[in-house]
Design a protein around this ligand. Structure first.
Ligand code: TRP
Length: 455
């Protein structure tokens, strides 16, 4: 017997389409755009990687985001419980709950290292504010960074602070307040990025930076970098994990899922590209190495802040805004676990946050140490942080994405998806259907096989 579907999630509903776009963009725009996108682009040779990334966002990201919002709005609950309701409704196996489970676990795994990098951001607010980078050269910025990550105690401290603050926001359920603040802070971050791009234009290496990002050189494109580009598209858009599903569950009926998804994807990709345009000219102007890894923005941006007028204030402001962007993303990473604990065990929000936060914090210590004392401890040539990142971004998110696509494209009734998506134009619906039914599953599969060298 089909379970009757509630019209509204027990946790509430967005007041308008804009609140949803804002919250979803808040979840999407984060360290992934400003910290991760540039360093992955640098490590994977630039332009060809960027191109694959953009194709993945357009052809996989947008249709999958639509599917995820659709499942969430129909299921109206946490990813695990939504999938339970939806599999009953479509009379398919309860095994489909695996989408919810794997997503909930992935969110916690991602947050465990996200928090460590969030801690770096926190520390860099103070470093910039104290004028550590005044007049700094590329070498000074690089050595400051390596000294910083070389100290397990320091990283431990900042990771702990970041986690405590994140979990207090989650526990207090004051997302409302945070989201109001984000309305102003996110556009400001966008504006500061534009100013940084402006600074990069003065370095004399802007053209070289642009060429690195946008002149495709396919010789640099390996199966592994294709997988990384695809994984990054999932990561940056927060897909394949249930974040968008849970946010989708608060979406009122009648909202256009398609145009909302396109808007979120455009904003998210815009921020990533701007970050790249700000950073690579600084890399080349200072003779730095584009492929220097996770420290890239922490080694390049301080050089710019250290050498521009008002750089101390500007630099700290920049890291403050990056921190806020990181918070809105971290909340979305842990929200599925916290709400699931509340729904399933009847825990209070505070207890649920405490348990999830503690477990995530503990796991994060692995990442803290992988930058110093456990740097050489590797499995398949990857240290703890790299392994966690690979497993989540490149395996769990894309697989979660395929399952979501298959569920929405094949198992849900066409009339149902048609009415939920509310797409008037039949061709547009057909495009979505073809993308989720055939293109997305096949493409993800090919890229996965290619990366392990099977194709
Ligand atoms: N998209 C965020 C970023 O770019 C990170 C993030 C938030 C995320 N929620 C997610 C990644 C869910 C994957 C899945 O920083």
């Amino acid at each position: 017997m089909a379970v009757p579907l509630p019209e509204q999630s027990m946790h509430g509903q967005w007041s308008s389409r804009w609140t949803f776009i804002l919250a979803a963009t808040g979840a999407a725009v984060g360290l992934g755009n400003i910290w991760k996108f540039p360093y992955l682009t640098g490590e994977n040779g630039g332009s060809a990687f960027v191109l694959v990334y953009i194709v993945c966002v357009a052809a996989l990201g947008i249709p999958l985001m639509m599917s995820e919002i659709l499942l969430g709005r129909r299921g109206r609950s946490t990813p695990i419980n939504s999938m339970c309701v939806l599999s009953a409704e479509t009379k398919t196996s309860q095994w489909w709950q695996i989408i919810g489970w794997s997503g909930t676990v992935a969110g916690m795994l991602i947050l465990s290292y996200y928090s460590v990098i969030g801690g770096w951001t926190l520390a860099y607010i103070f470093k910039s504010g104290m004028g550590t980078f005044s007049g700094a050269s590329g070498e000074i910025a690089a050595s400051t960074f390596s000294e910083f990550v070389g100290s397990p105690g320091t990283l431990f401290l900042w990771h702990t602070i970041f986690m405590v603050i994140t979990m207090s926001i989650v526990a207090g359920g004051v997302q409302g307040g945070l989201e109001k603040a984000v309305q102003y802070l996110m556009p400001t971050l966008f504006f500061l990025l534009l100013v940084m791009v402006g600074y990069s234009m003065t370095t004399g290496f802007f053209g070289k930076g642009l060429a690195f990002l946008f002149t495709p050189d396919f010789s640099k494109l390996s199966g592994a970098s294709m997988l990384t580009a695809m994984g990054q598209a999932f990561f940056s858009l927060s897909l394949g994990m249930g974040t968008i599903m849970i946010y989708g569950s608060y979406v009122p009926k009648g909202t256009s899922i398609a145009s909302t998804s396109v808007a979120i994807a455009l904003a998210d990709t815009g921020v990533a590209l701007l970050a790249g345009m700000a950073i690579f000219p600084i890399v080349f102007a200072n003779g730095m190495e584009p492929g220097s890894g996770p420290g890239l923005i922490f080694q390049t941006l301080p050089v710019a802040f250290g050498n521009m007028t008002g750089g101390i204030a500007f630099g700290s402001l920049f890291f403050i805004l990056l921190l806020v962007a990181a918070w809105t993303s971290s909340i979305s990473l842990i929200e599925p676990l916290v709400t699931w604990l509340i729904e399933t065990y009847g825990m209070s929000r505070i207890t649920a946050s405490l348990c999830s936060g503690l477990a995530t914090w503990l796991l994060g210590l692995g990442t803290v140490f992988s930058f110093n004392i456990w740097k050489e401890v590797t499995l398949f040539d990857l240290n703890f942080f790299e392994l966690l990142d690979f497993l989540t971004s490149n395996i769990m998110l894309p697989l979660g994405g395929i399952l979501i696509a298959v569920f929405a494209g094949w198992l849900m009734k066409v009339e149902l998806t048609k009415s939920e998506l509310n797409i008037q134009n039949p061709t547009a619906y057909l495009i979505w259907q073809t993308l989720v039914r055939y293109i997305a599953p096949v493409a993800v599969f090919i890229v996965l096989l290619k990366s392990v060298g099977i194709l």
